[in-house]
Design a protein around this ligand. Structure first.
Ligand code: NDP
Length: 262
């Protein structure tokens, strides 16, 4: 199936590892040129060079913190330099661990900037570029936690829920400019970070990190396994394409059966 993504320009935040990297690779495999962003330059630049070489596309590496105004401005400017973006994947984000009773305001604010304001600022800067090119696609990587919270990360749950609502609200505003906005809520996706955490948690009890991860999957997902970043990236790539032309303002769950409601 030709997805019609050849020659498109895609901006992906949090693109140096895990899900963002898999989405970058999936879009590059379809012939899209990339503007990749993350804070750590070394890893990002190495991946951008590898992808450009492997798929014969251009891949700019923009070292930027999306939780800051300056960071989002740098990404918007980099996309403008390429003639504007057709696709924006708001992916950068991270889990949390706290209680509502103990977490200070500063922590709430930091996650608000990372999970919500980054998407707001990037939409404000990049949607006009898309409009000038006849349309585009904006995808938000929220989480199943936006609707089905995990008890140990209230700030993550709340800020991802806000991102999901932002996605819906933005979609209504931008469809007149032929910009389709959607949200993806993933369940358990096996990224290097999950493996690192599992190794740390089992280091003093025999090191059975694979058993630990299997336990997590057994507890949460009907499929009793983690998804791969590539399995999730496939959905992002499809939603980025014209083949998803009637997908507007929705949230798509990719969770191996983790969601407990209909
Ligand atoms: P990783 O921790 O593996 O990667 C996160 C990426 O985001 C890295 O490239 C990191 O690079 C970048 N990043 C983090 N903070 C910032 C920032 N402030 N500015 C710019 N870049 C940043 O995460 P995952 O791939 O696991 O997750 C990606 C997204 O998917 C997140 O939003 C997460 O909430 C969501 N998600 C993940 C699930 C999972 O099971 N893995 C499940 C559901 C949702 P650097 O540190 O160099 O900036």
């Amino acid at each position: 199936m030709d997805l019609g993504l050849k020659g498109k320009t895609a901006v992906i935040t949090g693109a140096s590892v895990g899900i963002g990297l898999a989405v970058a690779e999936g879009l590059a495999a379809e012939g899209s040129n990339l503007v990749l962003a993350a804070r750590g330059g070394e890893r990002l630049e190495a991946e951008a060079a590898r992808i450009a070489e492997k798929y014969g596309v251009s891949a700019a590496a923009i070292v930027a913190d999306v939780a800051t105004v300056a960071g989002t401005e740098a990404i918007i400017a980099a996309a403008a330099e390429k003639g504007g973006a057709d696709i924006l994947i708001n992916n950068a984000g991270t889990g949390s661990n706290e209680t509502v009773m103990e977490a200070p305001d500063e922590k709430w604010q930091a996650y608000w900037e990372l999970h919500v304001m980054a998407a707001v600022r990037l939409a404000r800067g990049i949607a006009p570029q898309m409009k000038g090119r006849g349309g585009g696609v904006i995808l938000h990587n929220a989480s199943i936690c936006a609707v089905q919270p995990l008890w140990y990360e209230p700030i993550y749950n709340v800020s991802k829920s806000a991102l999901m609502m932002f996605s819906k609200t933005l979609s209504t505003e931008l469809i007149k400019d032929n910009i389709r906005v959607n949200c993806v809520n993933a369940g358990l996706i096996l990224t290097p970070d999950w493996i690192k955490t599992a190794k740390q948690l089992t280091a003093e009890t025999g090191g059975n990190w694979e058993g630990y991860l299997q336990g997590v999957a057994n507890e949460h997902a009907a499929s009793k396994r983690f998804g791969t970043p590539e399995e999730l990236a496939n959905v992002f790539v499809f939603l980025s394409s014209e083949r998803a032309s009637y997908c507007i303002g929705s949230t798509y769950f990719v969770d191996g059966g983790m969601l407990k409601t209909i």
